[in-house]
Design a protein around this ligand. Sequence first.
Ligand code: NCD
Ligand code: ZN
Ligand code: ZN
Length: 358
Amino acid sequence: MTRIVLPGLVDVHTHLRVPGGEHKEDFASGTAAALAGGITTILAMPNTTPPLSTPEVLAATRETAAATIRCQVGLFAGASPAHLGRLAACAPYAVALKIYLNDTFGSLRVEELPDLQRCFAEWPREKLIAMHAEGQSVAVGISMAAIYERPVHFCHISRRDEIELIAAAKERGLPITCEVTPHHLFLTKADAARLGPLGDMRPRLVEQSDVDALWAHIDDTVDCIATDHAPHTLAEKHSASPPPGVAGLETSLPLMLTAVHNGRLTLERLAELIAANPRRIFGLPPQPDTRVEVETDAAYTIENQNLYTRCGWTPFAGMEVRGKVLKVILEGRTVFEEGRVTAEAGSGRLVMDRSNFS
Ligand code: NCD
Ligand code: ZN
Ligand code: ZN
């Protein structure tokens, strides 16, 4: 048996559904799922109901989080055209700003140029801006980064043309970073056809050639692996208008370790993508005395039954992977052991980016 030790993983793209979507996930269930997946820090997305777009909603959500989280959690503020006057006031409560340029789950969207300009002018320069940008919107985001001379992080990049545009922008020295998700690295359109609504998310699954392009850029252009954990119940997924999104917290590390086993990237590179890079890009504090012990030899099958996420299903059910999390130590405390999350709700901490301390 080969036991490896990794640093605590950081997931910069998690939907925890508080407030308003607690039947899909809440802070206690979502952070349990994170720990079961070896993830000790997560950044929670703002497309909640109501969205995290005012200081009041952010402050109240931080209070709920403080009482119920089991690992370290930071919040995104969400750019909402109706509340742009409050952007700067949101900053003390959030690690970064999220701007949705394209259609996805929830109502947050920035569609007009003056609103986008206002986000870049008013969100504090020392804090990051992350974007849901697909297709041509990636070019919009790159140009905003160039014109305002400030970093932009692209969420869940999925297509060949997008990753190639980002590579070109980086070559020109623009302050651009990006994440890719395990589902875009392991699944294609063909899986979407097989899975139906359980294989539907934004961005959608695409061609094998797109998947190949993401892998071809895994050692240079890709900065982070992020889960885009987006839980919806099976009832919602099987309804007449299924919402897009799939769970990912508990399957990301085994899938990526399977890729290491298959020689697609090195373990050293994986550690950069899942821990060092996201921490640096978002300016997150280090986690002393934190480690994830993983058994990497034995193959096993991903099953819906064993999940901590409240939605209770994964598009990867039935897939054979390697990399079973044995134990997670978070800042000196054992928080996961022998298949069980042992961290109490409320034992996690809210985190901020480094700009709040300087
Ligand atoms: C996300 C969700 O459900 O909140 N859905 C998705 O398909 N990825 C929203 C998002 O990340 O765009
Ligand atoms: Zn998105
Ligand atoms: Zn998302």
